[in-house]
Design a protein around this ligand. Structure first.
Ligand code: UT7
Length: 326
């Protein structure tokens, strides 16, 4: 069985910075409320770029770092809940943009757990020998899915993309995987698609635009997040036969500083192990862990042999984590 190594990362965020102060000029909120409840201070918001544009930019950077050619890519997965269109997929759009002519392409919908799910799928393809070089991208234009009249949700999210190139290897790589879903709790965080309207539907459906934007029961998601993060970290350590001391860094999904703090308390882990950048980007859903990972790579924080733990949770509801040896 092949091992699976990350050989390149890349990320891209839109130029436009929107601070909490900026938001307080267009809605009834404040820097004090947002930063004390979430830790978020600013986020990047698209001024027109769509998910495939950002995904392409992150992908090109990851390909450059991996020192491969686009035609080396066998499989291209984009994790997103904010695609440009139902079809073609963002993955196919990225394929066209970067000329990855030999790739099989598809999108994966697992919200904030999307990048973890993407690496999980890629790992199965590589370990079995079905693919050798895989590009996994997490990309979101959350700003187009937000109800900008709903201060409960719109202050929390941001736009961006992160990417990783994975390749078959004989050393290191993905040491443990933990994923799961709780579909029965899906109503806690939703974003609707098209209602069923056709000449044969007897009961008329009113199209209410707000129903097709992000809606969330924040407290329910908060509890789910702390529970699954805590269990996930414990399970991953057990499966990889590691202790927490063996892990150099933990990269959590960047949703809310208080969620991370609660998990830290429950797990009795030092906060220094956690890489946190949500103060600058807010919650970029499927892109969040990928952007954080690339930032750490750019800062030269990861050395060969370091073990890192990635852990996410999100709409679906979904959760998942990985331990990767760098
Ligand atoms: O990737 C997963 C994504 N989901 C999440 O990360 C969500 C997890 N949940 C959370 O992060 C938290 O539940 C929130 C940050 C969303 C909310 O924090 P909370 O401490 O649970 O606040 P709350 O919902 O209990 O709201 C408290 C008050 C309410 O006012 P009243 O009813 O007590 O008078 C809200 O109307 O805060 C008010 N509020 C705001 N005030 C100013 C809600 N949003 C805002 C806002 N600015 N943006």
């Amino acid at each position: 069985m092949n091992k699976v190594q990350v050989i390149g990362t890349g990320s891209y965020v839109p130029e436009k910075i929107v601070t909490n102060e900026d938001l307080s000029c267009i809605m009834d909120t404040s820097d004090e409320w947002i930063s004390s409840r979430t830790g978020i201070r600013e986020r990047r918001i698209s001024e027109g770029e769509n998910t495939s544009d950002m995904a392409t930019k992150a992908a090109l950077k990851a390909i450059e770092m991996a020192n491969i050619k686009p035609e080396d890519i066998d499989l291209l997965i984009v994790a997103t809940i904010t695609p440009d269109s139902f079809t073609p997929s963002v993955a196919c759009m990225v394929q066209g943009n970067i000329n990855a002519v030999n790739a099989t392409c598809f999108d994966l919908s697992a919200a904030c757990s999307g990048f973890i799910y993407g690496i999980t799928v890629a790992t199965q393809f590589i370990t079995t020998g079905a693919a050798r070089t895989i590009l996994v991208v997490g990309a979101e234009t959350m700003s187009k899915a937000l109800n900008w009249e709903d201060r409960n949700t719109c202050v929390l999210f941001g736009d961006g993309a992160g990417a990783a190139v994975l390749r078959a290897s004989d050393k290191g790589g993905v040491l443990a995987i933990y994923t799961g879903s709780e579909g029965s709790k899906g109503n806690a965080l939703t974003c609707g698609a098209m209602p069923v309207i056709n000449p044969y539907v007897r009961e008329k459906t009113d199209y209410i635009p707000e129903n097709y934007k992000i809606q969330m029961d924040g407290r329910e998601v908060f509890k789910f997040a702390v529970r699954t993060m805590t269990k996930g970290v414990e399970k991953l350590l057990e499966d990889a036969k590691c202790s927490i001391e063996d892990i150099k860094y933990i990269i959590p999904h960047q949703a809310n500083h208080r969620i991370i703090e609660s998990a830290i308390k429950k797990l009795s882990i030092s906060e220094e192990k956690f890489y946190i950048n949500l103060d600058r980007y807010g919650n970029t859903s499927g892109a969040s862990i990928a952007i954080a990972l690339d930032e750490m790579v750019q800062k030269n924080m990861l050395k060969t042999g370091d073990k890192i733990l990635l852990i996410g949770f999100g709409a679906g509801l979904t959760y998942g984590g990985l331990i990767i040896e760098w």
